[in-house]
Structures are given as C-alpha cells and as structure tokens.
Design a binder for this molecule. Structure first.
Ligand SMILES: *Cc1c(COP(=O)(O)O)cnc(C)c1O
Length: 392
C-alpha cells in the first residue's frame, strides 16, 4: 500500500462539509477583538455586540479583573491537579461555601464547564434501567448527557407540563429504577422560562429526580440575581454557569451535601479533570460579591427587553415572547436570516444567526441578546436598522 493522496478514510469528512456548504449550513469561526462590554472589532470594523451572553457587562468589570489578577499572583496560573489529587485549594472550597450560602442551598460543587457538567452528571444519576423526561428544546449538553447515560428518554412538548404529567403517569408503573426530569429554567435559544414551582411539585408527586439548568438565569433573575432555583427546595441539582452573566468561565451545581459527596466519589467528569484555575476562581468570587448589588441594572435590562420586543413586533417581526435578555427574531429561512445578519453587520451591529440543528427546522433566527451596558441609543439604533431592513 502506498500512502497516496487519495485519503479515502477521510471521505466522510469531505462529504459532510460539502453537504453543509450546499445547504447553507457550514459553520465557521469568526474572530473578533473585544473593546468594552458591548463593542467589539471585527475585520477592522467596530460593532455593537448584540450576541454575547455577558448580560451585565461583568467580563470587563475592573473589580473583577483586579480580583482575577490578585488570585493569579497569589496562586499561580494553574491549579496543577484534579480536585481529589492536589487541585483543591482553599479558594475552591471557600467559593463553594459562598455559592451555597448565596443560593440558599446545602452545598455547591464547582464544575469545569456547563457542557461538561451536563454530560457527566446526568450519566452519574441515571443508567440503562432509568427513564429521563426532558423538554423538547433542552440544550445539546443535556441531550449528550442523556445519550451517554443509556437511559430511555422521552421529550415533552416545550414547556408543556401537562404533557410531562401524562408521560409521568404512564411511566411510574413501568419498572424504571429511577425517573429524572431535566430541563432549563431559561431556554438558551428561546429566552422563555419554565415554571420551576410546578416542576418541583410534579417531581415530588411522582417521586422523580429533578435537574434544572439555570445557566441563563444566574446573575439576572431571582433574589439578588442568584437564579430561578435559588432558595427552592425539592431540586436535586441545579446548574449555573460562570460563562454567561458572570462574565467568566466554568460552572457549578447547588445540591444537597449527600449528593455532593456522591458526585465527588462517582462523577468521572468531576474526578478526572484539572480543577478550575486560580484567576478564574478570583473573577467568580468577585462576581458573587458584585451581582447581589445590581438590582438596578437587572431592572433596566428587563425594561429594555420589553421595549425592544414590543418595537420589533410592531415593525412586523416574529419575536418569541421572551422574559429574559434573549430575544429571538424568527426569520424561518437560512438565507434570509444570514442576509439580515449581514445587513446589520454592514451597519455596525453584531447579531448572529442561529440555525438548525441548534434550533428546530424552519425557525432560523437572529438571536438578539441585551446587556445592562447597552445604552438606549444602542437599542434605538438597532431598532432603526431593523425597520429599514423590514421596509426594504
Ligand atoms: C451555555 C449553556 C451551557 C454550557 O455552559 P458552558 O459553561 O458554556 O459550557 C449549558 N446549558 C445551557 C442551558 C447553556 O445555555
């Protein structure tokens, strides 16, 4: 055999990429340079950023940056080992205690990312004798976790808890060792919320485990911005991430002490990975000092969400009814969605498209995301462009 240039073993890759190109589905990385909390430079052009999840602009907060520097200087660049080996510093444990207290829970556990947490914790909770019931629109990381668990799984219609209850009723007598309900509190691509109290009630009534992904609520919702699951009992695990409103990186769960111990012992994605680095812990620690004091910013942010949604609807756009800074404008077709995104970019606004399979077919959208750092002029400028585009 000669090692020819016709590398057939990679044919599937070429095919996949060509297919994606043909269907306007080819994903590409576009690098940008951040300027401040709401502006970036792309290809030499300054753009107002309406696509980041930095809801409070904390990624550029001077006090958070200083705290990150401080931990970096004191503890070094890396945590040098996994948590169980030699990677648990006092700053990791103190942060976990602080988070548990702020969220009104017994315990907290740091995880390296939200994606990793969902893919590794779910398979630690359920197995091939279990059933998982999840919302039809849950984040891909939750789906991956379910698939890895080898559990049977069914999806209920988006936010339709009566459908969930029908599935629960059918399933309780079917001999599963456990049933897990898993969903998001704020849906990452829809911006709407689930009814946390009703989920807790169903979980208790049918004696299931309950896992709630609070990634998009932390920082901007709930008491002192601690999310929609804070201070609520009856949730076995709630997940928060630091990459969104916290403006940093990583994730955590709040849970019971016994569940924390179980995961420390049995969860591979916790055991076999290097602990979060000191600079990241420093930024998160400072973020938790700042976030409870940002009620005004949260109020302003949600006012602007209402304002922008209403204006866009009046212009004739199909906007999903959002109760979060995520405002999806449904365009329905890839070409048109890309066209609108390009029009906005040519005029100084970054607003990226979200396409299937990230969202259901024919719901290609521009996912606008607001930050408390967007000034009214920024938002009016966006509305004005959307108007021009619609009329054109
Ligand atoms: C962003 C997101 C994640 C992943 O979190 P990372 O820390 O970015 O890996 C998980 N779940 C939901 C709902 C998310 O939106």
């Amino acid at each position: 055999m000669t090692s020819g240039t016709n590398n057939n073993k990679l044919e599937f890759i070429e095919k996949e990429l060509q297919e994606r190109e043909k269907n306007n589905n080819l994903r590409q990385l576009n690098s940008i340079e951040p300027q401040d909390a709401v502006t970036i430079v792309k290809n030499g052009k300054t753009l107002i950023n309406f696509s980041s999840n930095d809801y409070l602009g904390l990624s550029k907060h001077p006090q958070i940056i200083a705290a990150s520097h401080d931990y970096l200087n004191r503890y070094g660049t890396g945590s040098t080992a996994s948590r169980l080996v030699a990677g648990t510093y006092d700053i990791h444990e103190k942060l976990e205690e602080k988070i548990a207290k702020l969220c009104g829970k017994e315990a907290a556990l740091l995880c390296n990312t939200g994606f990793q947490a969902n893919t590794t914790i779910i398979p630690t909770l359920v197995d091939n004798k279990s059933l998982v019931l999840c919302d039809r629109l849950v984040h891909n990381s939750i789906l991956q976790g379910i698939l890895l668990s080898k559990a049977r799984w069914k999806r209920y219609k988006h936010n339709d808890l009566s459908h969930l209850e029908i599935l629960l009723k059918k399933s309780v007598s079917q001999g599963y060792n456990r049933i897990l309900i898993v969903t998001e509190t704020v849906f990452s691509m829809e911006g709407d919320r689930s009814d946390v109290d009703a989920l807790i009630q169903l979980s208790q009534q049918y004696n299931t485990l309950l896992y709630l992904d609070d990634a998009h609520a932390l920082g901007i919702m709930g008491k002192e911005g601690m999310g929609l699951t804070a201070y609520k009992s009856g949730i076995d695990i709630s997940l928060g991430t630091f990459g969104k409103a916290m403006g940093s990186f990583g994730a955590f769960i709040t849970t019971s002490k016994v569940m924390r111990n179980y995961l420390i012992n049995c969860c591979p994605g916790f055991i076999y990975t290097t602990a979060l680095p000191p600079a990241v812990i420093g930024s998160i620690n400072a973020g938790f000092d700042i976030i409870p004091n940002l009620d005004k910013e949260r109020e302003y942010l949600l006012q602007q969400v209402d304002y922008l949604q209403n204006k866009l609807r009046k212009l004739g756009y199909q906007v999903i009814c959002s109760s979060s800074p995520i405002i999806p404008v449904i365009i329905g077709n890839k070409k048109k969605a890309l066209q609108l995104s390009r029009f906005l970019e040519n005029n100084g606004i970054l607003a990226t498209t979200i396409r299937p399979p990230t969202v259901p077919k024919n719901t290609d959208r521009i996912r606008l995301v607001l930050s408390s750092q967007h000034q009214p002029e920024h938002i009016d400028y966006l509305i004005n462009l959307m108007k021009q585009y619609y009329e054109f």
